[in-house]
Design a protein around this ligand. Structure first.
Ligand code: FE
Length: 176
């Protein structure tokens, strides 16, 4: 009898910890938008928010890539091997960046697009790491998104090589 009671107690303890874990996951997934007063998918007004403020709002991964131009490891990003229909927004501020029909299967290890929303993206010269590259940033919040190259497919010949972490996908089916 004692064994049965202790086994039941163990099972209920495990269930409690599982519930807690799933609640935490939900909070983490929504934290970018819930606790971010600058986030908007409709307002395109330029933001001028210092990094000291972004550091309080963004997850450490997003802060490192978006605000310190870090790069996610190739073939690890959630949108690298992903082809659903919808739109890609800035994970920092919600600005519209790409449409899924401009995404193509690239072998480089990062989500790639042949065309960007011109109202959503801007460019900067990047001479870091001994290379001459063109950095792509969000036009609204100035966050680092990735780089752009001229070896993309038709019709543009352009390849926007992006970090999944900097992007937030919203599927067409979610917008109804
Ligand atoms: Fe942004």
């Amino acid at each position: 009898m004692k064994i049965i009671i202790s086994m039941l107690m163990l099972i209920s303890l495990q269930m409690c910890s599982q519930v807690k874990q799933s609640q935490n996951k939900e909070v983490m997934e929504n934290s970018a938008t819930k606790n971010n007063p600058y986030y908007s998918r409709t307002d395109r007004t330029k933001l001028n928010v210092p990094n000291s403020e972004w550091r309080k709002i963004l997850s450490p991964d997003l802060y490192a890539i978006a605000r310190e131009a870090d790069t996610e490891r190739p073939f690890t990003g959630k949108y690298n091997d992903f082809d659903e229909l919808g739109d890609y927004y800035c994970a920092v501020c919600g600005n519209h960046l790409f449409r899924s029909d401009a995404k193509f299967s690239s072998t480089c290890g990062w989500p790639s697009f042949f065309e960007a929303d011109k109202e959503g993206t801007a460019y900067k010269r990047d001479s870091s790491h001994g290379m001459e590259r063109i950095e792509v940033v969000c036009k609204r919040c100035d966050s680092h998104l990735g780089h752009v190259f001229n070896d993309g497919p038709p019709p543009t010949g352009t390849r926007y090589c992006m970090n999944s972490v900097s992007l937030e996908f919203v599927g067409d089916s979610e917008k109804k």
